[in-house]
Design a protein around this ligand. Structure first.
Ligand code: PMP
Length: 425
């Protein structure tokens, strides 16, 4: 495949945009080479500026669960646009999408819409801190909750040491309130609570981690977190930016039967437009301005185009719950196919839950950030570039999850498996 025009566009982009991209992982830094510039997309396929076509397993990092340019969403946005793009006032549609979201997701009474997953998680911890009147939060190494300061904290040296910022610009003052735990290790969380008695406002977690590749929770892990939070009067925050409306209409809470205190959304909830949201029981949400003292706001929050896209997306999912069965079956088919063609060729482990799947080039089970790191190796780079050259687009990092879309056909899945069979490690 030729990437001439993408290469030229990347040269121009780098002159005026840092690294040529508006979000770092798009730059192919981990795998090398030139990012492909996408011109358009339809269904399960992307078309780049050079005229190449790719089966897409990134799907805008999750939102496009029904495929690209999904007509009901596109049409709703076009119709809305003709009537004005932003008013900064309440609109009827905001209540409609809120009612729909509340009816689909267990255990929430109220929802506030924002513009990204970052905003949703940032606001969720402010709300948790305001509600509990405590400062500290627990997050898990390898979980990503957006780029707000409190979350950009790397693993420190000891179990209960304070976090160390892993980006310049995040102050020590902020970092000291973020405590780090290992994913799938509830004892670790218990120890943090013991060492920080009555100081922890919330535990925030990706209930199925997707930002260190796909890592499902071990049996009993989420239950243990629920219990620890309840015992310590701390809130359990599920960051369902990836899992929300993807694993099931009610997200991970529904799949695992666990009640979170605050739930964060992004990606699917916006149908491909910039939307995030956070939601909780009324008792918690009533602490939010203008009802309560915890401030949170947004000029473009609840934007009519974004709400129109999100509403059509949620409606489509709610009206055809078979989508989730189909996605499960397609992803299981892909998993089986990949296992068959990679067997004996290279060490690998596949993690999957529903339509989230990752191929790790690691021999041992991958269940936390440490074990995920073993898969960041040359095998992955070879795999990525070979797939790209055979028309299959996966995320350019071993720390990302593949997201399947309902637009994929079994023929597409077979093509993908054939492309994987051709990889020469
Ligand atoms: N939480 C999770 C679990 C995410 O995966 C992401 C984005 N990948 C975010 C939060 C941040 O969302 P956004 O990029 O929309 O700010």
């Amino acid at each position: 495949m030729e990437y001439k025009r993408s290469s030229a566009l990347f040269v121009e982009a780098q002159k005026v945009i840092p690294g040529g991209v508006n979000s770092p992982v798009r730059a192919f830094k981990g795998v090398g080479g030139t990012p492909i510039f996408i011109k358009e997309a339809k269904g399960a396929y992307l078309s780049d500026e050079d005229g190449n076509q790719f089966i897409d397993y990134i799907n805008s990092w999750g939102p496009m669960i029904l495929g690209h340019a999904y007509e009901p969403v596109v049409n709703a946005v076009i119709e809305k646009t003709k009537k004005g793009t932003s008013f900064g006032t309440p609109t009827a549609l905001e209540t409609e999408i809120a009612q729909l979201a509340v009816s689909m997701v267990p255990n929430i009474d109220m929802i506030r819409f924002v513009n990204s997953g970052t905003e949703a998680c940032m606001s969720a911890i402010r709300l948790a801190r305001g509600y509990t009147k405590r400062d500290k939060i627990v997050k898990f190494s390898g979980c990503y909750h957006g780029h707000s300061d409190s979350f950009l904290i790397a693993a420190g040296s000891g179990l209960s040491t304070f976090g160390v910022p892993n980006s310049p610009g995040v102050t020590q003052g902020t970092a000291k309130d973020t405590l780090l735990a290992q994913y799938n290790d509830a004892d670790n969380v218990r120890d943090l609570f013991e060492a920080n008695k009555d100081e922890i406002a919330a535990v925030i977690i990706e209930p199925v981690a997707g930002n260190m590749g796909c890592i499902p929770p071990k049996d009993g892990f989420l239950e243990a977190l629920r219990q620890i939070c309840t015992e310590n009067k701390a809130l359990l925050i599920f960051d369902e930016v990836m899992t929300g409306f993807r694993l099931a209409k009610g997200g991970a809470q529904e799949v695992f039967g666990i009640k979170a205190d605050i739930v964060c959304f992004g990606k699917v909830i916006g149908g491909g437009l910039p939307v995030g949201a956070f939601a909780a029981r009324e008792e918690i949400m009533s602490h939010l301005a203008p009802l309560g003292p915890v401030y949170q706001a947004g000029t473009l929050s609840g934007n009519p185009l974004a709400m129109a896209a999100g509403y059509e997306m949620l409606k489509a999912l709610n009206n055809d719950l078979e989508i989730y069965t189909r996605l499960e079956e397609k992803t299981a088919y892909l998993e089986k196919g990949i296992k068959e063609v990679l067997k004996g060729k290279v060490p690998f482990t596949i993690n999957r839950l529903g339509s989230m799947i990752s191929v790790f080039f690691a021999e041992n089970p991958v269940y936390d950030f440490e074990t995920a790191k073993a898969a960041d190796n040359p095998y992955f780079k070879t795999f990525f570039h070979s797939l790209l050259n055979h028309g299959v687009y996966i995320a350019p990092s071993s720390y990302e999850t593949w997201f399947l879309t309902d637009a994929l056909t079994y023929e597409d899945l077979d093509k993908t498996i054939e492309a994987i069979a051709k990889v020469e490690f």
